[in-house]
Design a protein around this ligand. Structure first.
Ligand code: ADP
Ligand code: MG
Ligand code: MG
Length: 849
């Protein structure tokens, strides 16, 4: 029979998957000799069995009973005793941490008789009743969905509060608060199992791609009391600063308080340093313990602790959630402290999180109107419209940037936090719910903002006396806590020294080259700054739209015959040449892939749609397409109107030659033909390319290749490779054409439903559909290389900057990935991690896992 329960001091083979993160941490700390209250873990197996069978699996009750008996022995107290009862907490804890998403119930084991007994035996009735009212509250909310009003919780006298809560419990559930402590325990365990499936937990899992079938473990832990006097306390701490990564503990605590008081924000906690004064011995021991835990886990930890009458107990340890900046600093520091290797340092950084570092800042030279200041809870600056609750944030956030402004946030606010560009709270510290979640999702956040008041009735906020309405624009700076009325000017980010160090290490490890998609010289420059080794996609049509060219382009499209077209193209040629020269100069010595005109021509005629000219109207009508994605676009344009592609190749050839003559250094030009499906298409366009390049730049080295973005091209890659020097997988179109989904008609429509309903786990336009599209890529690479082993291969769709897709491209043996300039650092790191994963050279610890 499956065993479902393990005491903290019993070894088990199941690890984190079986015991959950909290359970494995408690077991490891116990086995290390760190002071942890006694307890046991009910495995995730039990939860899965419960959810599958819709009932407590056979044998579980007996195992729990047996472990309660062992706990009683260790504690010297009995569960359900009338005078000196053993109390326990019942705590959720999944394998992958989901902070605040599931439930915990404290002080299980109290009833009307025992509370009086506890009051007598401790001589502290306020304490006994405080425990009881907390139990009634948490148990009611978690087990029976009772919703209590805030005013009922904050009553000064705990005995009266407990009586009030009991009355509400009885009224709402139609039954008295359970006096049988075994019933309390059993129902608490089941409630924690069921909390796995609350809507907020489901949203959270979808956001972080956590599988729905893991289930949670349940930890039953002997209570230790931080709320029984002035020599008791509870707190949380990080072993390093979670926002910056700087060394030195970073925590908060509250004297005479229990558990969640620190994060709940009912009382404002004190900085941990204060504890040195009030509880010096426990403080010393806590610092020692944190240092030991960091050494043991070789990673930054986030701990919970409680001091009962001067004695320290650890209640939780886990890898700390941290900002990308902190992750990088801690990884670089830990490498110099010889705690981890360079490869581990690389593996520690979550590439998806790097976006944060590339966050904007408020222009330091701008004069801004600072209305208030709070705590710098999550870095980055954001400008947006004030919204006052989560549903409004979700709704308005679809159309414009919004900043969620709350007194404090709770797990129910998660969807709105995700939909916002910034989060501002009046209350709470750096370890509050808002701060923790914001850092994790990489959203700028200011907490504990002094002078901020929120009036939900009037839908207004007051910032140090100034009244603003919902919808008014504010700016927050999560790096220094400033709150500004109006929109402050923001500036672009840059890469600091630690970041550079990690990326240099990554460059030593990776095999894939990383290029950028850039359409103009300033993007090309940005890309080089971020370490791009060339341009993988330069889209000519973007230049078609710049400045006064659109009029000339329109003239070309509207021309009645080839002569008219050529006349307009002759005027475009020098402009295009100038564009290419600028890009080639920035990329001297590096490959630059220029894609020839791709979109259907009518896209350039939008501004003429209301023209009264009948000639224009008839041309627009002639070019109209029902399904432009599959119409006259890509190489089909170049075949039908060769003079357009000729002009583009001519501009490329002349620009390369001019740059070569001017600087002595030309880029390696790669001329790329889009949307090829048949070898004959590319054969003709290759002839055209060679002819024009021979005329314009005979001494310039260049390659001629194609995008692979149609399934047929991947399948017939062997034939196509005969006339191609390179393949670039255009996975945006390849995804659309393989899946038969047009992105614009999918996202926000049926695809959103598919993702919510679990038909698909991931958006194939964000994360490469490895099984389908990826398989076509594999076929394309294999067949292409079978006739041309030296064929160069790359990817230029948006997937080129998505970590899991980069890993796939590595395994596929592509030569390079190309992505937007801002994603280049991320792709460099992901490419190195792909090598480490493949060779198992570093243990994979996703930050905060
Ligand atoms: P969460 O996952 O939301 O942090 P926890 O299970 O860690 O939930 O518990 C919530 C709070 O209660 C934490 O502050 C924790 O330290 C405290 N707590 C949990 N178990 C005990 C216990 N046995 N004694 C004292 N405090 C506890
Ligand atoms: Mg906890
Ligand atoms: Mg395409």
């Amino acid at each position: 029979m499956t065993r479902y329960v393990y005491a903290f001091d019993e070894p088990s083979d199941g690890g984190r998957e079986l015991l959950g993160g909290k359970g494995i941490g408690l077991a490891e700390m116990t086995q290390l000799g760190v002071p942890v209250p006694a307890g046991f873990t009910i495995t995730t197996d039990a939860c899965r069995a419960y959810l599958r069978e819709g009932g407590v699996p056979e044998g579980l009750d007996a195992e729990i009973e047996e472990h309660i008996a062992r706990l009683e022995e260790a504690a010297g107290k009995r569960f359900g005793d009338d005078t000196d009862p053993l109390l326990v907490s019942v705590r959720s804890g999944a394998a992958i941490s989901m902070p605040g998403m599931m439930d915990t119930i404290l002080n299980v084991g109290l009833n009307d008789v025992a509370v009086a007994g506890l009051a007598r035996s401790t001589g502290n009735p306020a304490f006994a009743w405080d425990c009881y009212r907390r139990l009634i509250q948490m148990y009611g909310e978690t087990v029976d969905d009772v919703s209590y009003d805030r005013t009922h919780l904050d009553v000064g006298d705990p005995e009266r509060a407990a009586e009030t809560l009991k009355a509400i419990y009885a009224r709402e559930t139609g039954a008295e608060f359970p006096q049988d402590v075994r019933e309390q325990l059993r129902r608490a365990v089941v409630a924690v199992f069921e909390s796995w499936n609350t809507p907020r937990a489901q949203v959270y899992r979808r956001t972080y791609d956590i599988p729905d079938d893991l289930g949670t473990a349940v930890n039953v832990v002997q209570m230790v009391f931080g709320n029984n006097g002035e020599r008791s306390a509870t707190g949380v701490s990080f072993t390093r600063n979670p926002a910056t990564g700087e060394q030195g503990v970073y925590g908060e605590f509250l004297v005479n308080a229990q558990g969640e008081d620190v994060v709940a924000g009912i009382r404002t906690p004190q900085p941990l340093e204060e504890m040195q004064r009030v509880l010096p011995d426990a403080y010393e021991q806590l610092l020692d313990t944190m240092a030991r835990l960091e050494q043991h886990y070789r990673d930054m930890q986030d701990v919970e602790f409680t001091v009962e009458d001067g004695r320290l107990y650890m209640l939780q340890t886990r890898s700390a959630k941290r900002t990308a900046a902190a992750a990088i600093k801690a990884a670089v520091d830990m490498t110099s402290e010889a705690l981890i290797s360079r490869e581990e340092a690389i593996a520690r950084i979550d590439p998806a999180q790097l976006d944060q570092l590339l966050h904007k800042r408020i222009d330091p030279s701008a004069a801004v109107d600072v209305a208030a200041t709070g705590l710098n809870a999550s870095p980055g600056a954001a400008v947006g419209a004030i919204v006052l609750d989560s549903p409004t944030a979700e709704e308005r956030g679809k159309g414009e940037p919004v900043i969620l402004v709350r007194w404090e946030t709770s797990p129910d606010d998660f969807p709105g936090m995700k939909a916002s560009v910034g989060i501002l709270t009046a209350h709470g510290g750096l370890t509050s719910h808002a701060a923790v979640v914001a850092r994790q999702i990489g959203t700028p956040c200011v907490t504990g903002c002094q002078g901020l008041e929120v009036d939900l009735e009037q839908r207004t906020v007051s910032l140090a006396g100034r009244t603003l309405r919902e919808g008014d624009t504010i700016t927050i700076d999560g790096a220094d806590g400033r709150v500004i009325v109006g929109a402050a000017p923001l500036i672009e980010p840059e890469i600091n020294e630690d970041f550079r160090t990690i990326l240099d290490w990554a460059d030593d490890v990776r095999r894939l080259s990383v290029r950028a998609n850039a359409d103009n010289p300033s993007e090309a420059e940005q890309a080089r700054e971020f370490g791009a080794q060339g341009i993988g996609l330069c889209r000519t049509e973007h230049m078609f739209r710049e400045g006064d060219r659109l009029a000339v382009v329109q003239e070309m499209i509207l021309a009645a015959d080839e002569d008219g077209r050529r006349a307009a193209l002759d005027r475009l040629l020098p402009m295009q040449q100038g564009d290419f020269e600028g890009i080639f100069e920035v990329m001297a010595g590096l490959p630059v892939t220029v894609r020839l005109l791709d979109p259907p021509l009518h896209e350039f005629l939008r501004s003429l749609e209301d023209s009264p000219d009948p000639r224009i109207q008839s041309r627009i009508k002639a070019l109209h397409e029902e399904n432009p994605m599959l119409g006259t676009r890509g190489c089909r344009l170049g075949i039908q109107w060769p003079e357009i592609y000729e002009m583009l190749v001519r501009a490329i050839g002349r620009a390369a030659r001019a740059v070569q003559e001017r600087t002595g250094d030309a880029p390696l030009v790669e001329i790329m033909h889009p949307l090829v499906g048949f070898k004959e298409e590319l054969r003709r366009l290759r002839d055209l390319t060679e002819r024009v390049m021979d005329e314009e730049a005979p001494e310039i080295e260049y390659h001629c290749g194609t995008m692979i973005e149609l399934p047929r091209a991947a399948l017939r890659a062997d034939e196509i490779a005969e006339v191609a020097d390179f393949f670039s997988f255009g996975t945006n179109d390849l995804t659309q054409t393989t899946l038969g989904m047009s992105r614009d008609d999918a996202e926000g429509k049926f695809l959103t439903y598919y993702l919510e309903d679990g038909v698909l786990d991931q958006n194939p336009f964000e994360t490469l559909d490895v099984d389908g599209v990826g398989d076509l890529m594999r076929i394309g690479v294999e067949r292409g290389r079978s006739v041309k082993p030296e064929l160069k291969t790359g990817i230029c769709g948006e997937h080129g900057g998505e970590p899991r897709s980069v890993e796939f491209c590595h395994r596929l043996g592509l030569d390079y990935v190309s992505c937007s300039p801002y994603r280049v650092p991320l792709a460099r790191l992901a490419a190195a991690q792909a090598v480490l994963k493949e060779s198992h050279r570093a243990e994979y610890v996703a930050a905060g896992g």
